[in-house]
Design a binder for this molecule. Structure first.
Ligand code: G3I
Length: 377
């Protein structure tokens, strides 16, 4: 996508703030069919032996408080397999802010304490999102008042966890689902109320509130082949450049990696995306890895084989520009996932979205992740 077109994708005043676009660097990709064949021969499922050697790239998982007490194996699995454990929902605006006056930190505190007290790391998800917004917030109509509330929220939350959450998805899913030249950004409460400036405002507040935290722009559908995905990657790059040109710190881009097992990962495009971000001083982090297998015919074997391909291709693209900050799954076991509720398999059989199956057994594609993250290349 040409720079002119790429920069034209964003609201004019954001483009005016930006310096002239730089050309996307063209990195020659060395395609690594790393372990895909070996893993396809279904390496014996192995759980991570206690005291296993540290991974070069951390693996993480998003945990949900509602299963902690009802299923002791659930938290055990996170403690056994994860270097990073983050609250899936408990640091979202609607979880933290039942009313305008109150902050409800208890659920998030419990999950962050579970991680840190067991020698794990943790991160924050998320301040700015179109979803998980309380009604009282959406009744605020003035830009100034919304900005005051957003800054107060970010400052209060990041002050509480300063030094304990190593990175934050400062903004989440701000790129339009299907971007157009006139509407590159998603139509959200924040955009409608504050305009696109809510993005720099959020990053600026986050930088002030916890200078030690890495600040991430997080989004989905950045992994696949096709014009819509190319456009979303280009907009992400433009947002990064415009924040930097405005002198605002951003440290990385979160690729959510909700991988449709029936779609093609654009390995070269993901590699180029990572190289272009690296040229701007940023890194990639895989933030919400799971596999959507609703269109895969057959049973567990076919589901896992299809998952192995998309996960392997994603890792090829991600690692092409160097090791990511981390690879984080959106859960840990098929027993608990958002996917069967939202995208159930066409034949009604169970989805297999996560690294461990419903009986907490690792899948071949988790073995591939283990091998890749241990090697760090
Ligand atoms: O905690 C309440 C509970 O008290 C109540 O009884 C119950 C029934 O209403 O709802 C519970 O809250 C639910 C929450 O998950 C915790 O289970 C919310 O209704 C439900 O909407 C929420 O869904 C989460 C969703 O984000 C919206 O926040 C999913 O678990 C979570 O996997 C999903 O994650 C998102 C990422 O944040 C952003 N990227 C996409 C990803 C998948 O949609």
């Amino acid at each position: 996508m040409s720079d002119r077109c790429e920069n034209a994708l964003l609201p004019e005043h954001l483009v005016q703030d930006a310096a002239a676009g730089r050309s996307l660097s063209r990195s020659r990709l060395t395609r690594r069919s790393f372990l895909a064949a070996a893993a396809a021969s279904a390496l014996p499922a192995m759980s991570r032996p206690a005291g296993a050697k540290a991974r070069r790239v951390p693996f993480g998982g998003a945990i949900q408080i509602e299963y902690l007490d009802s299923d002791p194996a659930y938290s055990r699995a996170f403690l056994q397999h994860c270097d990073i454990i983050l609250p899936m929902n408990e640091l979202k605006f609607s979880s933290l802010r039942p009313t305008r006056e109150d902050f409800n930190f208890a659920p998030a505190d419990r999950l962050v304490d579970l991680a840190l007290s067991n020698g794990k790391r943790s991160r924050g998800h998320t301040h700015v999102w179109w979803n998980a917004l309380p009604d009282w917030l959406q009744s605020i109509g003035s830009a100034m008042e919304a900005e005051r509330e957003l800054v107060r929220h970010i400052e209060t939350v990041m002050d509480r966890y300063r030094g304990r959450l190593e990175s934050w998805d400062v903004v989440n899913e701000v790129i339009a689902h299907v971007p157009t030249r006139d509407e590159p950004l998603r139509d959200t409460y924040w955009l409608r109320t504050m305009g696109a400036r809510h993005i720099p405002v959020a990053f600026e507040a986050a930088q002030r509130a916890d200078p030690s935290a890495r600040l991430i722009l997080n989004d989905y559908d950045l992994e696949f082949s096709g014009d819509r995905y190319d456009a979303r990657r280009a907009i992400a790059l433009s947002l990064v450049r415009q924040l930097q040109d405005a002198g605002i710190r951003i440290d990385g881009v979160g690729i959510q990696a909700h991988l449709y097992a029936d779609l093609k990962i654009d390995v070269e495009a993901v590699a180029r995306f990572g190289a272009d971000l690296k040229a701007l001083g940023l890194s990639l982090i895989v933030t919400e890895l799971d596999v959507i297998d609703w269109n895969i015919r057959g049973g567990p074997e076919e589901q896992d084989a299809a998952a192995l391909v998309v996960v392997g291709d994603l890792l090829d693209g991600i690692f092409a520009a160097g090791p990511p900050d981390a690879v984080i799954a959106w859960g840990i076991t098929d027993r608990y996932s958002w996917i069967p509720d939202v995208m159930p398999r066409r034949d009604g059989t169970p989805s297999r979205p996560l690294p461990l199956d419903a009986d907490y057994r690792p899948k071949p594609w988790f073995d591939l992740i283990e091998a890749r993250l241990s090697q760090g290349v």
